[in-house]
Ligand binder design. Sequence first.
Ligand code: ATP
Ligand code: MG
Length: 384
Amino acid sequence: MEKVIIIRYAELHLKGKNRGWFERVFVVNMEKSLKGIKHEIRRHSGRYLIENFQEKDTETILERLKKVFGIHSYSVALKVSSDMDAIFKASDEVCSKSGTFKVETHRADKTFPLNSMQISAEIGGRLLDKNKEISVDVHSPQFVINIDLRENNTALVFNEFFKGAGGMPVGTSGKGLLLISGGIDSPVAGHMIAKRGMSIECIHFHSYPYTNMQAKEKVIELAKQLSAYSCGTKLNIVSVTHIQEEIHKKCNGDYMVTLLRRFMMRIAEKIALNCGAQCLITGESLAQVASQTVEGMTSSNSVIEKLPVLRPLCGFDKDEIIERSRAIGTYETSIEPYEDCCTVFLPRHPVTRPKLADVEAEEAKLNVNMLVDEALNSLEIVTL
Ligand code: ATP
Ligand code: MG
């Protein structure tokens, strides 16, 4: 009996004419995620089957598939020839040895001599004969044995549905540049947007030597964890040390974060346009901290010339974000205690509702273009 994995996809059925393209991207993403593991992916009437893998790799394959967006659910199944003895053997194999059950049959092969009801009844009867501790409950069974009779003389037998990551295949909704900080929020923001099918490239700003090398390593690690979902492979790292020194020297210190945010946005937009990203993504959440007010967002948006800024966490509470962060596996890295550049030269009384005119007046004390160019020259690209 061969073990296979059945993959059912999520929203792809909504996508009329583009469906072929969606499916191709989906398969490429599954292939990428299973890189290095022997397997074959085959389309099988409205779903995919992963076949020809080694038993010992099953868990690794399932772990990796959990991160592929577009998968609605999946099942580990036994694949047998479609004759009743083989189907019974497989059903007995996946059957729990006690509890209530029912058999559910789906018959795509209409030439098979028995109909679905008859197959379920016969297999159910044989299971009852063999296993004395089980009984039938068709309304609320403790487990269900599913038999899926395919056209090509094969039957798939399984007893579990695992929930997939859902969403759309990454790469079907364009590309975005995520401002990733090392905190809890930004990786979650990237994950949410990747789930809607967008491929993600990252940018991180540091102020070495005020921030240390471990802070950078931590962000590289977070970007790697995120890339397992988003298929993204690049992290742009830019120094804002001199920008912060200049703000500190020449401007009202209370505007440090507000002004720094505007520099980050300008630099990020330039890099985004360069790498073909169509939007910026941040981990801001409304009213979470002093700088995350609608006035703060107005201030940082006003320096952006072309691209939209997606802020998927705006409506979330911190505990909701933490819950997601744990679920996607970035939390433990995010809480490592290294300083972010936003905590360098941190003012005692940061402005919370900056007026654009005041921000611009403070910024006028700086040579903005020169500082942006200089920061762009510090660009370092890490391939994940
Ligand atoms: P996070 O948990 O993502 O760090 P936060 O609650 O600490 O968020 P802020 O420090 O105000 O919030 O940052 C808001 C957003 O600005 C971040 O989510 C991120 O998108 C962006 N950002 C902040 N610092 C950096 C940085 N050093 N590099 C890149 N982006 C940053
Ligand atoms: Mg932060």
